[in-house]
Each structure stands twice: as structure tokens, then as C-alpha cells.
Design a binder for this molecule. Structure first.
Ligand SMILES: C[S@@+](CC[C@H](N)C(=O)[O-])C[C@H]1O[C@@H](n2cnc3c(N)ncnc32)[C@H](O)[C@@H]1O
Length: 297
């Protein structure tokens, strides 16, 4: 893990106007004066089904980083599970959606990504002035499985969004060692997620929350439950399941391509993802009453 400073980003900007993420150019934008710093309409989600058909575009949020999550997701998590001044970690930060929300909502943020180009996009999304809060956002190039520069029990909330195994490769053009979107099998992905679960448990403060959005797929016309297997790894390392939110998925590039295939071959398109929200037990907490929400044997 190594910190990628704002100065390094500014140097990078001198020679790069865009980066390529999975064959798609993502422009590094000069944001100028931003007029909208929060959603026009927003209410905290109250149920276990979340759906954002028209994802928000306030501040520097844009949907053009492959598979980035709607800003409404980290906004809900940050507002529900942290207080102003808290420290939020997204260890697969991609285009930095979570950290932009941290900056807007007055929380400090730490973002990690294996891909330096993603970090540059994240820096670019954070490259705007916002006088209403005073926060520190830090970005690291590194592997979510080994967060060696993050101290144990230092984080107030983890909000993260891994690749869904190798369904959408994030670095197809150049192979990046450790990129979990380039695994050869679901089993290899789950093994990586188990290490991420362990690291998440280590860095989170006792009693605090860890939220992770994961999707499933079909292979050979049969359902592949990636998300539940990921959930199990988090329960295995000691987390308690607080919520299982079903997030409605809207038409993505991948889905449109699969529409015809689905009609031809008679299987259902995957239209949901799971947002698991785990809680790390508090120090000396009696856990027997939560046993049905914990690892089962
Ligand atoms: C689904 S994207 C995250 C998108 C992000 N939520 C956003 O809004 O932009 C998953 C990210 O995980 C990163 N990634 C893959 N393997 C990783 C690893 N081992 N450690 C850290 N990041 C990794 C990819 O480079 C990609 O940016």
C-alpha cells in the first residue's frame, strides 16, 4: 500500500487528460464552479429494498466509471451509521464515489484501489472546493486484502463495492496483479474476499459497521450466488449480519447485451444486488442473542 498524494495527481494531470478503465476512456475533468452539492430530493432509505433508477449527478458524481455505485448508497450508509468527523474506508474505491460523499457530508475518508488509474479518477472527482466542510480525504494504491497502512480499530464505517468476480474486468488492457476482477474462478474470488473480510474486521472499531455491495450472475443458464458466498466469509471472521438490502439493478451495458440471450435460452436476468451491512461486535458484548445472525454451523 502506498499513499497517492494530491501532488502526485497534479503531476499526473500535466501529462494525462483521461485514463482508460476496461477499454472505456474516463476524462479527467476541470470541474470549474459546481452549483449542486447535494441531491435535489433525498430521504434516508427505510426498507430493505433500495432502487435508484436515476442515479444522482450532484457535485462531481458521474456514472461513467464502469459499474460505479450510485452515490445514494454511500450517502445512506454514511448518514445512518456515522457521525460528523467519523472516518470512512472504501478499500475498493474505484472512481471515489464514497469519498466524494465523505467530503460533502463532513466525514474523513480513506480510499484504496489496486489500479492507479482508478485512484487518479478518484482524485479528480475530489478536485473541487467545498467550503461547508473541512475533511481529510486520503487515497492509496494497494490491495484490499492487505491494508498494512491502516491501523487496527481505526475506522468508523466501511462502505465498499468489490468487482463481482470476473463478470466486469476493470483492467482488461493491462493485467494488474491482485485485481479481483481478473480471477480465474469464483472460488479464487471468494478466497480473496475472505482475506478482505479479515482485514475489514481488523481495521474497524468495535461496534461499527461494514457494508458491502455484491451481485450474482448466471452461468450455463443457472444461478451463481456469489453474494451469499461473500456474506458467509464475513460471518466466518466474526461479523454479525445487521441488514441484507436488495438493491434493484437497472439496465447496465452488460445486461442489455444479455437480454436477447435470456429470451433465446429461457433464463431470468439478474436484476438485483445484495448490500450486506455487518456489525463488528462491541468489546465484551454478549453475543448469544445474535447467534441466528452470525456464523452458523
Ligand atoms: C465495482 S468497482 C468500485 C466502484 C466504486 N464503488 C465507484 O463508485 O466508483 C471495484 C473496484 O475494485 C478495484 N479492485 C479490484 N481488485 C482489488 C483489490 N484486490 N484491492 C483493491 N481494489 C481492487 C477495481 O480496480 C475497481 O476499481
Amino acid at each position: 500500500m502506498r499513499e497517492v498524494t494530491r501532488e502526485e495527481y497534479q503531476e499526473f494531470l500535466k501529462t494525462h487528460k483521461e485514463v482508460i478503465i476496461e477499454e472505456t476512456p474516463v476524462k479527467l475533468v476541470n470541474w470549474g464552479k459546481i452549483s449542486l452539492f447535494e441531491p435535489k430530493e433525498f430521504a434516508l432509505e427505510k426498507t430493505t429494498v433500495w432502487s435508484f433508477e436515476n442515479r444522482g449527478k450532484w457535485a462531481t458524481h458521474r456514472g461513467n466509471y464502469r459499474a460505479n455505485w450510485a452515490p445514494e448508497i454511500p450517502r445512506n450508509l454514511i448518514l445512518r451509521y456515522t457521525n460528523p468527523g467519523g472516518l470512512v474506508l472504501d478499500q475498493m474505491v474505484g472512481s471515489g464515489t464514497t469519498l466524494v460523499e465523505c467530503k460533502l457530508l463532513g466525514r474523513d475518508g480513506v480510499g484504496v484501489d489496486i489500479n492507479l488509474d482508478a485512484i487518479m479518477v478518484a482524485w479528480n472527482r475530489l478536485d473541487f472546493t467545498y467550503a461547508a466542510t473541512n475533511t481529510v480525504q486520503k487515497l492509496y494504491q494497494g490491495d484490499a486484502r492487505h491494508l498494512n497502512l491502516i491501523e487496527k480499530e481505526s475506522i468508523d464505517l466501511i462502505a465498499t463495492h468489490p468487482p463481482y468476480a470476473n463478470i466486469v474486468p476493470f483492467s482488461k488492457q493491462k493485467k494488474i496483479e491482485g485485481d479481483l476482477s481478473q480471477v480465474r474462478s469464483i472460488g479464487e474470488f471468494i478466497a480473496g474476499m475472505r482475506e478482505i473480510a479479515n482485514e475489514s474486521f481488523r481495521v474497524l472499531k468495535p461496534g461499527k459497521h461494514c457494508a458491502i455491495l455484491v451481485g450474482d450472475t448466471h452461468r450455463h443458464k443457472h444461478y451463481v450466488p456469489i453474494a451469499y458466498r461473500v456474506m458467509e466469509t464475513f460471518l466466518d471472521v466474526g461479523f454479525i449480519l445487521r441488514e441484507d438490502v436488495i438493491k434493484r439493478q437497472w439496465h447496465t451495458q452488460t445486461m442489455r447485451g444479455r437480454w436477447k440471450e435470456s429470451c433465446d435460452h429461457n433464463f431470468l436476468l439478474t436484476y438485483h444486488e445484495h448490500l450486506f451491512i455487518f456489525r463488528k461486535p462491541d468489546k465484551n458484548e454478549k453475543l448469544s442473542k445474535f447467534k441466528e445472525s452470525m456464523k452458523w454451523h
